[in-house]
Design a protein around this ligand. Structure first.
Ligand code: GLA
Length: 729
C-alpha cells in the first residue's frame, strides 16, 4: 500500500510487514525518514535530528540556519558537488564543465501495478499485486530530471527501485554515475555482509562491522563476477538466522557494478548501489533519458533466514520466467565432465542410454559440438555442427536421444569468438579491442562487441538453426571470460564510456529474442559456473550453473552463500564423479546426491562407470527428486548451520509453506572420535503436528523437533549424509 500525503509531501510505502518512508522538506530536499518493521505511518521526519556541525555547510536557502546541512541529513537519492560529502548517487558533467547536481522535489504520483523497464530485467507483478510510486526530482540549473520509481510488492515484502534520468535542458549532459539505489540510516551500528570468492568458489559470505569511511565491493570485469555478487546485506550486529533487523539489497544487473557503504562522521550509514562508475560515461542529449538497472530491497525484522525466504518467494513468483511454469524440471545429464571435447554420436548416445535407464530425463550436450572445436583454443563463433563428430548434424543425434525417452539440450557461448575461427577471420573488427592494441586473451578467446546490433543479428542468425532443431528443449548459455580493452568500432570517442553497459543491454536483447522466438526453451545461464549469478540473468535464465566446482563439500559452502538471496531452484547442481575433478576429494554418492538435489538437479559423469549398487542409488535419487520436486524447489529454505564454521555437520531444510512437510538434509564435516552427543533443532514446522520420519514407524512432535531437536547419529564418517523426510499426520 502506498500512502501519498501530497500536502505534507510525505510518501509511505507499506508492505505486509515493512514500512518505507520519504518526505520532501520545506526546501524540497527529499529526505529518507524510515525503513524497517511495519508501523502505522504519519510523518516520521520527527526522527531526523538537526545540529550545527563543523565543516558541514548549509545550502543558500537555509539562510542563517546552520543546523540545516545536506551533509548530515538522510537523503533519499544524494546529489553531488553540493554540501553532502558522503557517497553520491548521481554524478554528471554539465555543458559548462561543472559537476553540481542539486536535486529538488517537483512531484510524486502513484500508479497501479508495477513499472516495467524497457530492455532491462525487472520484477513483474499483476495490476492487483503491486503499486508504483514515482517521485520526480530536478536540478534547477541543468534541468536534469531524476525519476525515482518504487515498485511495492506488498505480499512479498519487497520494494523494487529504479531510476530514470531525463535531460530536459538544452545542452548535452555527461552522466558519470547513476546509482540504482541510495539508502540512508541516520542511526546505525550495522554489519555489512558481502558475497565474495573466485572462480570455482563463489559467493562465500564476508561479514564485518561497517567501519568509518567507505567500503564495498564491485566488478569491472564486464560481468557481475565470481569475485563479488551484486547482493549485499546490512544487518544489526547481533543479527543471526532467526533474530535481528536485516536489510538485503540486490541489483538486477549482469555487468560492472558497485555496492558501497559509508559510515559517516556521525555514525550514519549510506548504501549506494548501481552500475560501476569506472569506465562509465553516458552522454545524454537534450530530450534523451537513461534508465539505471533495477535494485530490490527486503527488510526482515527477524533475521537473515526470513530475509532470504522473502527474496526467494519474490524471485520465484515475480522474477523467474520459467517456460515450465512451475511444472517439474527434468533431471538432466550433462556431457561436460563425462566427455569434455572427446566424443562422437556413439559415445553421446551411450552416455544418454546409461542415464535414461536410471531415470534421467534430459541429455545436455555441452561444449565441443560445433566448428573445429576440438579443444578450448578454437571454434567459438562458428555455430555450425561439426559433422566429423556428429554425422548428419544434430537431428539424427536428437532423434536417437529422444528415442530413449529423453529430451535434448545444448551448450552455446554466443558472446565469444576464438581468433582461430571462421567468424573471426571474416570479422576481426567484431571483437572488442581498440585499433592498434593487442587484445588480452582469456581462455584463448576474445569477446564479441555485443553493443553492436549487426554483431548480435549475425550470431542470432547463426544460432537460429540450432535453436530450431526439433526436439530441443534446453539451452546452456555460457560466457567464459571477463571483458578487457573495451572499445567499440561502432561508437565515436565520446561514447566509448557506454560500451560496457551497451554490451549488457545487447546480451539481454539477444536473450529476449531467444525467449520471444523459442518460448518453450529452458535457458540455463552460466559464466564459468557462477560468474554471472545475478537477478539480471535470472530474469532471462531461470536457473544458473552455480559453480564449475562440483565437489559436494565445497558446494555446501557455495550453495549456502548463494541461498542468502537466490532460491535453490535457481542453482544448477550436479552429481559428478570421484575423485572430484576440482578438489581430488572422494565423497559418497549419497552425499553428492543430497547436495545436488538441493538445486536444479542433474548428473555430470559417465553413469555407465558405476557398479550395480551405485546404479540403484542413482535410480533412487532420481525417483526421490521427482517425487519431492515441489518441496525442494518451491518450499521455504532454512539454513540450519553454517558450513564455513567447519563444524561437525552442515544442515539445511526445505519446508512446505504450511509446515506440513519437510526435507531435512545433514552432511557431516570431518569427524572425530568420541564425539559429543548432538541434536539438530528444526525450523518452520507445525508445532502441533506429529511428523512421520522417512515413511517409517518413527514419529516426532513438531514442537519437540523445533525446541529440543532431532538426535543425530554418532560417527557417521567424514562427509556422510542423512536425509529426513518429515510428513505431518
Ligand atoms: C564453462 C562451464 C562448464 C562447461 C565449460 C565448457 O567452464 O562453466 O560447465 O560448460 O565451460 O567449455
Amino acid at each position: 500500500m502506498i500512502v501519498l500525503d501530497q500536502e505534507n509531501k510525505v510518501f509511505t510505502l507499506h508492505t505486509q510487514n515493512t514500512t518505507y518512508q520519504m518526505k520532501a522538506d520545506s526546501h524540497r530536499v527529499l529526505l529518507h525518514t524510515y525503513y524497517g518493521p511495519r508501523i502505522g505511518g504519519g510523518d516520521l521526519s520527527r526522527l531526523i535530528r538537526y545540529a550545527d556541525r563543523g565543516f558541514s555547510p548549509n545550502p543558500a536557502e537555509a539562510g542563517d540556519d546552520r543546523t540545516y546541512s545536506l551533509d548530515v541529513l538522510p537523503q533519499e537519492y544524494s546529489g553531488g558537488g553540493g554540501g553532502d560529502f558522503r557517497l553520491s548517487a548521481i554524478q554528471a558533467e554539465l555543458a559548462d564543465g561543472s559537476q553540481v547536481v542539486d536535486l529538488r522535489f517537483t512531484g510524486a504520483e502513484v500508479r497501479r501495478g508495477k513499472y516495467a523497464l524497457k530492455g532491462l530485467p525487472a520484477f513483474f507483478a499483476g495490476e492487483e499485486e503491486a503499486e508504483t510510486l514515482a517521485v520526480f526530482l530536478e536540478d534547477a540549473v541543468s534541468h536534469l530530471r531524476v525519476e525515482l520509481l518504487y515498485g511495492v510488492l506488498e505480499g512479498c515484502d519487497l520494494i523494487a527501485r529504479a531510476v530514470r534520468v531525463v535531460n530536459l535542458g538544452a545542452e548535452p549532459v555527461r552522466l558519470r554515475q547513476v546509482a540504482s539505489l541510495c539508502l540512508d540510516f541516520q542511526y546505525a551500528g550495522l554489519d555489512l555482509v558481502t558475497f565474495d570468492g573466485r572462480h570455482a568458489m563463489e559467493r562465500c559470505p564476508t561479514r564485518a562491522p561497517v567501519r568509518p569511511g567507505v567500503q564495498g565491493v564491485g566488478s569491472v570485469r564486464g560481468a557481475s563476477s565470481h569475485q563479488h555478487n551484486p547482493f549485499v546485506v546490512l544487518c544489526e550486529q547481533d543479527a543471526g538466522e532467526d533474530h535481528g533487523l536485516c536489510y538485503g539489497a540486490m541489483l538486477l544487473y549482469s555487468g560492472n557494478f558497485k555496492a558501497e557503504v559509508e559510515r559517516s562522521q556521525f555514525d550514519g550509514v549510506r548504501l549506494v548501489m548501481g552500475i560501476h562508475p569506472q569506465h562509465f560515461c553516458w552522454t545524454l542529449e537534450p530530450g534523451a533519458s537513461f534508465t539505471a538497472p533495477e535494485a530490490a530491497l527486503v527488510c526482515s525484522p527477524d533475521g537473515l533466514g526470513q530475509m532470504s525466504r522473502r527474496f526467494h518467494r519474490a524471485i520465484r513468483a515475480h522474477l523467474l520466467r520459467d517456460p515450465l511454469e512451475g511444472r517439474r524440471k527434468p533431471v538432466l545429464i550433462n556431457s561436460w565432465e563425462a566427455a569434455y571435447f572427446g566424443f562422437d554420436s556413439e559415445k553421446l548416445v551411450r552416455l544418454a542410454k546409461e542415464a535414461a535407464a536410471l531415470g534421467v530425463e534430459l541429455f545436455v550436450l555441452d561444449d565441443g559440438w560445433f566448428g573445429e572445436r576440438n579443444d578450448d583454443r578454437r571454434g567459438l563463433g562458428d555455430w555450425w555442427v561439426n559433422e566429423e563428430k556428429l554425422p548428419g548434424g544434430l537431428e539424427p543425434l536428437v532423434e536417437r536421444i529422444r528415442a530413449l525417452g529423453m529430451e535434448f539440450g545444448i551448450w552455446v557461448e554466443p558472446e565469444m569468438v576464438n581468433e582461430d575461427s571462421r567468424l573471426y577471420r571474416e570479422h576481426p573488427d567484431w571483437a572488442l579491442v581498440p585499433a592498434g592494441r593487442m587484445p588480452t586473451r582469456g581462455r584463448s578467446q576474445l569477446v564479441l562487441d555485443f553493443s553492436r546490433a549487426e554483431v548480435r543479428d549475425h550470431i542470432y542468425e547463426a544460432l537460429r538453426p540450432v535453436l530450431s532443431c526439433p526436439g530441443l528443449s534446453y539451452v546452456k548459455w555460457d560466457m567464459n571470460r571477463s571483458l578487457t580493452e573495451v572499445w567499440s568500432a561502432a561508437l565515436p570517442p565520446e561514447r566509448q564510456g557506454e560500451v560496457y553497459h551497451r554490451f549488457v543491454l545487447g546480451v539481454y536483447d539477444l536473450l529476449e529474442r531467444v525467449r520471444r522466438d523459442f518460448p518453450h526453451l529452458l535457458v540455463e545461464g552460466c559464466c564459468g559456473g557462477g560468474g554471472r549469478f545475478d537477478g539480471g540473468m535470472l530474469y532471462h535464465t531461470p536457473q544458473i550453473w552455480c559453480s564449475d566446482n562440483t565437489d559436494a563439500v565445497d558446494r555446501l559452502r557455495i550453495q549456502y552463500g548463494t541461498s542468502f538471496c537466490y532460491p535453490p531452484c535457481t542453482m544448477g547442481a550436479h552429481v559428478s564423479k570421484v575423485p572430484n575433478e576440482q578438489t581430488g576429494r572422494t565423497v559418497s554418492l549419497d552425499t553428492r546426491g543430497i547436495v545436488a538435489m538441493s538445486g536444479a538437479f542433474g548428473y555430470e559423469m559417465d553413469l555407465g562407470e558405476l557398479d550395480g549398487e551405485e546404479k540403484e542409488q542413482v535410480k533412487e535419487q532420481t525417483a526421490f527428486y521427482m517425487e519431492h520436486f515441489e518441496l525442494i524447489q518451491q518450499g521455504d529454505h532454512y539454513r540450519l548451520s553454517d558450513p564455513f564454521q567447519d563444524g561437525p555437520y552442515t544442515a539445511w531444510a526445505h519446508v512446505s509453506p504450511d509446515g506440513r512437510e519437510a526435507l531435512v538434509c545433514v552432511v557431516t564435516g570431518c569427524v572425530h572420535a568420541a564425539a559429543p552427543f548432538r541434536a539438530l533443532r528444526l525450523k518452520g514446522l507445525d508445532p502441533r503436528a506429529s511428523y512421520r520420519v522417512n515413511g517409517g514407524e518413527e514419529r516426532w512432535p513438531g514442537d519437540v523437533l523445533m525446541a529440543a531437536g532431532y538426535p543425530l547419529p554418532m560417527s557417521m564418517g567424514d562427509y556422510r549424509s542423512m536425509r529426513l523426510y518429515l510428513e505431518a499426520e
